[in-house]
Ligand binder design. Structure first.
Ligand SMILES: CC(C)(COP(=O)(O)OP(=O)(O)OC[C@H]1O[C@@H](n2cnc3c(N)ncnc32)[C@H](O)[C@@H]1OP(=O)(O)O)[C@@H](O)C(=O)NCCC(=O)NCCS
Length: 178
């Protein structure tokens, strides 16, 4: 019997958002993110407030997953070194936001692929401009474990859902992978 759970991830192309997504009744099931995708994602990308990257299936204009990137200033009182990297207060970071996968294909690896794509772009960007970390905020407590399994570390004792990975860690991992 065919494995109904398997999803061929190679058929997706991840690229800048092509157009307004149009009316979405429910995209990822997280209302705040669904609302943003429908109303804001394309405008914010075009205006340069964020860059929005989407996964499209070959031959389709329908986006099935997305995330956004922007440079942020992160404040954290008396930051401790993270993975040997000293952080200042504040420090600049590349922020990943609005990671979302269409409900119909969640839990099949696409979210992990999107996150890996974002981190690959971070490594490429670090060739051009220095920034000590890539950060995000886990939207739900269970996502702390999800991101933790994908190299992110908690860095703010006042908000345990704020997480980062030092850029140096990403660069070293990319170098080791060659
Ligand atoms: C979070 C999200 C992007 C993950 O993408 P995905 O493609 O569904 O997840 P992946 O296939 O990469 O990883 C699957 C693993 O994540 C964890 N996971 C995913 N959804 C989960 C859920 N609802 N509850 C608990 N664990 C979950 C599990 O460990 C799962 O592995 P399993 O299915 O073998 O148990 C996606 O579920 C989503 O869009 N959620 C709604 C929007 C959201 O919360 N975005 C995060 C903003 S910070």
């Amino acid at each position: 019997m065919a494995d109904e759970a398997a999803l061929d991830l190679s058929k997706f192309k991840i690229e800048p958002i092509r157009a307004k997504p149009g009316r979405l009744t429910q995209f990822c099931g997280y209302p705040e993110i669904d609302h943003w995708i429908e109303r804001e994602a394309y405008n914010q990308h075009c205006k340069g407030f964020r860059r929005v990257y989407c996964a499209y299936e070959e031959g389709s204009e329908q986006l099935v997953a997305l995330y956004s990137l922007l440079m942020e200033v992160v404040t954290v009182r008396r930051p401790k070194p993270i993975a040997g990297v000293r952080l200042t207060d504040p420090f600049p970071a590349l922020g990943i936001g609005y990671l979302a996968v269409s409900t119909s294909i969640q839990r099949k690896g696409l979210g992990s692929l999107m996150l890996a794509d974002a981190l690959t772009r971070a490594v490429a960007l670090a060739d051009v401009v220095a920034f000590p970390a890539v950060k995000l905020r886990a939207a739900e407590p269970w996502l702390v474990e999800y991101y933790g399994q994908r190299s992110f570390l908690q860095y703010d004792s006042t908000d345990e859902q704020r997480m980062l990975v030092p850029t140096r860690t990403l660069i070293e991992a990319a170098r080791d992978a060659v």
